[in-house]
Design a protein. Structure first.
Length: 152
């Protein structure tokens, strides 16, 4: 299988984004319990978030934590291979997952970066600030070219 990195080899992929109301770090297996709790408590809210309509994730019936862990391992492998970058959104000073951000190739146009994000239903007020912070971060730090990220 050929690996087609999303970013050039010389680009140092950021490990964090700090904001007043949240911080981002690479999504990994250590987040499994909190990540699973976050999205399973907010399925309808996530599906109503711009950019998520018509997607098969999150599954309406949820999934067992073991399957979620497998997904987190896949995201970590993509990050290591530089083919996709999944970040967990955490409360400042805590390790509680309140959302996620995904940066990957667009499925219909691989020359474009596709970005999606969600926050828990009980943190819905952070959706627009997260979108703004990530949009600015991508435009000023990342070498992505065209980015598709559903507006808020």
């Amino acid at each position: 299988m050929t690996i087609n990195p999303l970013v050039p080899a010389e680009f140092t992929v950021p490990r964090t984004l700090l904001a007043q109301d949240f911080r981002l770090e690479p999504l990994g297996e250590q987040h499994n319990a909190s990540d699973h709790a976050a999205w399973t408590s907010s399925i309808e809210h996530i599906r109503a978030t711009p950019g998520w309509a018509g997607r098969s994730w999150p599954p309406s019936g949820g999934m067992p934590p073991e399957q979620n862990l497998a997904d987190l391992r896949r995201h970590a492998a993509d990050f290591a291979n530089r083919t996709g970058f999944a970040y967990t959104v955490l409360e400042p000073g805590r390790d509680e997952v309140i959302g996620c951000v995904y940066i990957c190739r667009d499925r219909t146009d691989p020359s474009v970066a596709s970005v999606s994000s969600w926050v828990r239903a009980d943190r819905a007020e952070l959706d627009a600030p997260l979108h703004h912070a990530v949009s600015t971060w991508l435009a000023t730090v990342w070498p992505l070219g065209e980015v598709r990220y559903a507006p808020r």
